[in-house]
Design a protein around this ligand. Structure first.
Ligand code: PRP
Ligand code: URA
Length: 215
């Protein structure tokens, strides 16, 4: 199901994920289809992303006897990077409804390509368990790197990142800035264009998801 391309990067190799990703790469996919597929892909990816979560053994009383069971240790926090990361939340919460959701708002300045932070709403005890950062696009890696720094600043010590499409530039940036964070991507694309967009990519994820494309 997955392919470990290089240390700390897991690229999915799964027909269903590839199929759904193909539908939203198409410029003809409208925002309704885009939102639905993005959420579904995130739900499919989370199964693998949570494979390495810490567990603990507890005693459970079944109707028959007491037995030892394994449960996830700590409280999981999902953190979408606004706006586009919000599109992955519902699919993940369907599988992990008990997870908490923190929010980070970051917008990339389209001239400098630097992220500008405008919202930081995280649980005060974010270190109570693993944190899963979600953003469909890992382009220059500036937004993801800033988001991880904000999570660290808030006290998070066990962080994973899920993205849909990653560019080699973004992976390299995260490997340099935050080598301890494993990146899970549905696809590893070719490159960035001169405006910092992923090629072949899928365009501006936030605009496509919310139907706010200009012109
Ligand atoms: C997109 C995307 C990432 C960022 C990736 O958000 O969702 O957060 O760009 O680019 P980077 O790796 O070069 O930083 P954008 O800033 O367009 O905001 P939006 O989701 O509100 O449209
Ligand atoms: N942000 C997006 O939404 N798409 C890209 O291709 C790059 C950054």
């Amino acid at each position: 199901m997955v392919q470990q391309n290089q240390s700390g990067v897991v690229v999915f190799d799964h027909p269903l994920i590839a199929h759904k990703l193909a539908t939203i790469r198409s410029k003809d996919a409208g925002h309704r289809m885009f939102r639905a597929a993005l959420s579904q892909i995130a739900g499919l990816m989370v199964y693998e992303v949570t494979r390495s979560l810490p567990t603990e053994t507890v005693d459970i009383q079944t109707p028959m006897t007491t037995t030892k069971c394994s449960i996830i240790k700590g409280t999981i926090t999902i953190v979408p990077v606004l706006r586009a990361g919000l599109g992955m939340i519902d699919g993940i919460l369907e599988v992990m409804p008990e997870a908490r959701v923190g929010h980070l708002g970051l917008a990339r300045d389209e001239q400098t390509l630097e992220p500008v932070a405008y919202l930081n709403k995280l649980p005060v005890d974010i270190d109570a368990g693993p944190v899963i950062l979600v953003d469909p696009m890992l382009a220059t890696g500036g937004s993801a790197s800033a988001a991880i720094s904000m999570l660290r600043q808030a006290g998070a010590n066990d962080i994973r990142m899920i993205c849909l499409v990653a560019a080699p530039e973004g992976i390299e940036r995260l490997r340099k800035d935050h080598p301890e964070v494993t990146i899970y991507a549905a696809a590893l694309d070719d490159r960035l264009d001169e405006s910092g967009y992923i090629v072949p990519g899928l365009g501006d994820a936030g605009d496509r998801m919310y139907g706010t494309i200009q012109g």
